[in-house]
Design a protein around this ligand. Sequence first.
Ligand SMILES: [Zn+2]
Length: 370
Amino acid sequence: MSTEAAAPDLAPPMPTTRPTAAESALLARHGASLAAWTLLRASDVVDLHIDTFIPPRLWGYDVFERHGPGLLRGHFFGHLDVPRMEEGGLTGAMWSITTNPFRTAASRWRVFQKNLTRLRALVDGSNGRLAFARNAAEYRAVRAGGAHAVLLSIQGGNALAAAPHGPADVPDRLLTRVTLVHLTSSVYGETNSPFARLHPVRGLTEQGRALVAALDAERVFVDLAHIGRDAFWQAVDAHDPALPLIATHTGVDGVRPHWRNLDDRQIRAIADSGGVVGIIFAAQFLSRRGGPRDVGMVVEHLLHVLRVGGEACPALGTDYDGAISPPADLRCGTSYVRLVQALLDRGVSERVVEGILGRNFLESFARLRP
Ligand SMILES: [Zn+2]
């Protein structure tokens, strides 16, 4: 068979053109070179955790309008909107629907369905700028059409606790990832946050094991961000070893020991499964005494994942719009090019940078959901 007939593994890179005046302004603002821009534009850039659906839900933020840093000056919210995703080169992202743990199980499931309806309406009303991607082939099709790929995800698996068939009840196989627990422990298991003390549950529960099996059956990523250490290993044990695990938004203990971060054994377990570790842009979990105060802190965590987990492991999961405080030079969601520049400045090869930006995740996604 001729090689031309074989489907490429990944979407063809975007055609590279000379930067427009607006693009040149963006490069100047982020101190980025044309080389960084060209690399970014030729790459798939997939952010594994954005909470950009929270502001429209809570206070009617219009995601189709371009916003400035806002009243909070880039702290907590206001990082991203569709125009800035397009300007910044973000080709796809896991859009999170976050669960409110203080509701009853029935109410969480009802509210999740309502929020999903709203997110679908937002995508449907985007004039082709956003489109859902349920698997790697759909991601490529969405990109070929020039849209930003929306990968549906849930933060807080307890959104599904009252769904009669669990993740299988999310319509149209739209769901691509579930973070087993969030900031509080739940019927599924223990969080890694200090709020774990509020709840008697320890480790991963029987229901947690069943949720892992149900996610595997649906080929939905089991996300180990936020999970307690014992529960982490019990989830690894319950998980089908043939499928990749993921930690979508985290820092690493190897740079900054913190309850929110992963240790080296955890990184290796995810890498060994064929999964990726997305580095968060939250200074509160990344910064170390005497360390960089800018984009360099994200670079340190990415390079640690690279060293411990190998080239196919590091990825991005900024948590933009998720109440985080990014380093001052990453507070606008067009900052991906600044990170590319910082990685190139550290001598990271273009191939490795491209892997971090999106290829590593997409290869893992293609194994889970071709
Ligand atoms: Zn989170």
